[in-house]
Design a protein around this ligand. Sequence first.
Ligand SMILES: Nc1ncnc2c1ncn2[C@@H]1O[C@H](COP(=O)(O)OP(=O)(O)OP(=O)(O)O)[C@@H](O)[C@H]1O
Length: 345
Amino acid sequence: MTVDSTGEPLIVEGLSLALDIGGVQLNALRDVSFSLRPGEARGLVGESGSGKSLTLRAILGLLPPNARITSGRMVVAGQEFDLTRTDRDHRRRIARLRGAQIAMIFQEPGVALNPVVPVGRQIVDAVARRNGLTKRAAREYALHLMELVGIHDAAAKIDAYPFELSGGLKQRVMIAAAVAGEPQLILCDEPTTALDVTVQKQILSLFTHLRDELHASLLYVTHDLAVVAQLCDSVTVLYSGEVMESSDDLRAVFDGAQHPYTEALLHSTPDVDRIEQRLYSIPGSAASLSDRTDGCQFAPRCEYARDDCRTGSIPDTSGTPGRVVRCLHKVGAPADGVPVGGIDG
Ligand SMILES: Nc1ncnc2c1ncn2[C@@H]1O[C@H](COP(=O)(O)OP(=O)(O)OP(=O)(O)O)[C@@H](O)[C@H]1O
């Protein structure tokens, strides 16, 4: 895929990554591509182990020591990066993006916050230092950000330590700190997983609010399509380190998933309005890194799979701009005159 890089806050193209496990190189990501338009929220969705976190870490230049990017390019805010480079100059350029153009919001606020520093100071510390703000101006800015992320009575909370706040409030503090530098791009790694359902909903609304206020784009990693439905405009579905389906228009996927894996994920997503619904669970389990083979990674679990799914690399068969479907026997598409799904393997 070749993408015009004008104006897009993020383009990731052809990202492949290998992990060294006991001296053996295993492919963890293969040819992952997607992009974000200004102000867009994209869901990066997939089961555990599909490579969502590694993709985010590759963008941030924060990979584990046994990871090596074997191909890939990235454009962030007009700057281009050859992701296979590991030299100091390259690492410095990526480090400069973090906190300035790119903010990262993690799953566990407890890990990201310093337990012995009052939350107000943590929110603005980096930005205040960089911009030489006076103490008073920094405090004002912290209060403003706390209000922006929906912390009521911010003045009473600004000097609190993280342990004095609930999980939801800590998550809001972390979000305030992440957006203090007014980033163009916010990367989120399942930031609501550790929270109860009510607080989850509040935090998801907060992201919508922040996106509007800051005109930022959002890349939101989750295993939960219901969250994507609530928050995102577009979606990229990962399975075993490969993009199965991707669409710039979320609706198109929810109304007509074309990859059997996306279809299965949609079937296994709870419909909150229908409590009597029995949840579908995808048969089998995701392949471990060492079991990955040629062809479509989902083939061993796919009811539509045929022999040609198990060799080579599967091309994009969507034929529609803004849409990727890596499947030879798309859901609902006729094959040999017979609707796929009407016959077995
Ligand atoms: N440093 C590492 N060493 C060995 N294997 C790793 C390492 N980091 C990730 N992996 C493996 O790579 C695969 C992708 O991991 P990744 O964390 O990106 O998945 P994920 O989709 O984010 O999963 P989850 O939703 O559980 O966080 C998994 O099989 C994981 O076990």
